[in-house]
Ligand binder design. Sequence first.
Ligand code: SF4
Length: 509
Amino acid sequence: MQNELDCRGDGSVDDALLPSMSPDERPDKPEEACGVFAVLAAGQPVANLTYFGLYALQHRGQESAGIAVFDGEARVRMHKDMGLVSQVFDQSVLERLIGDLAIGHNRYSTTGSSRVCNAQPVLLMTRLGPLALAHNGNLVNAAELRQSLLEHADHFTSTTDSELIAFAIQQEVNRGLDWDSAIRAAAARCRGAFSLVIGTPEGLFALRDGHGIRPLVFGHLGESFQGQWVVSSETCGLDIIGAGFDGDVEPGELIHFRPGAAVPERSRWCQQPPKLCVFEMIYFARPDSRFFGESLYSYRVRIGEALAREMPVEADLVIGVPDSGIPAAIGYSQSTGIPFADGLIKNRYVGRTFIQPTQAMREAGIRVKLNPLPDVLAGKRVVVIDDSIVRGTTSRKLVAALRDAGATEVHMRISSPAVTHPCFYGIDTDTQDQLIAARLTLAEISAHLGVDSLAYLSKQGMVEAAQAPSSQFCTACFDGAYPIEMDDSVRSSKLMLEPSGLAATVTER
Ligand code: SF4
């Protein structure tokens, strides 16, 4: 049996580093960690399907992309590189990725810097053959896990916690366990958020951490592909390749999809209360992805309606900040009767590697991402709906642009509570000292943004709109109630201020 590990992640990193950005240039939104996608379709080529799946999940990570493909004879071919899915892969690359089990990944860095050696999948050799792993989430015990794997330190090729999970599985396999037992044993050594897809010579495994903080769903390919399986971070990854939705990989669940088997083997590896990241619902996941049986578009319209009930204001026009603020703006408009309009046009082709304008260009008024429509806004009292405020830098510029376009009043309404705490579970929300709501009172934020009024949705309104038990959500970035214990060293890396106790109220300027 030949084991071919054909990997382009060769550590040639320096010129692959993204341009460093000043705090003012960094995206003023929480940044998603990663998207994972996998296909097992015995006897069928799957690289192209995986490409499309990753393309649908592009919003979950734009720094790097990778696909590892098993050819059924324990050979794995992998291609990964920095850039968008459409930049990393072309047809000639996909044609070389021959096989019927594929593991795919889109990355945004939360642990480990943005460079090609940290791109995924992670590919390792074990006693039982190769292992390819893709991870969405973040471990809070990475230092401890790394310590327990020091015998492998010479083989670490990245600075990611995802590689540590793969090494833990390799270690358990090499101790004599079978794949199923080794994956369970390795998962038990991890603490934090981890939605995993794992390729092995015995098929595809999908696993979620005990709280199910990051989403993971599975489905099947169409009728001509009976018994052939797809696993995706979100249902939009199933939709794009015409796969049917079968269900969530449940929190604490391990699913083993064996080649050719009509039914997957489902089991619990751990029992903990579910704590899905509520920010997935508000902002991260695509609006056409389905959670709790409905699209997030519907949920986001409902939080706009709740926001209108809680925080009404007299105005002539409701606009949303594209794209994620639009459904809530429609809900706000429907609930209040204030007309909705497109007041801001977004350039959708600005990626993370886009060359940033200089400070002089910004001062001269260059608007790369959003441009207001004066014809719509002039002479109007405008309610502008956004999904969140993190540092406030973008919101401040936006308010100025709306006034420049002729808006006579600008009332900002946020369809989530104030972000006062950083995330340690796979979302980049900056350190606490950079979160504007952790530093300033509501009145101070209003003055900083230059709005006539500012109000946030309450936590109750946010979780009630989900029509699922509120206990099922992680809401830690709004209330500091972290569901997973962390060492002080992990907390101190981001948690630098005490909670400000900012209430979801309205302030007038
Ligand atoms: S802390 Fe916030 S962003 Fe992080 S998992 Fe919890 S709700 Fe999501």
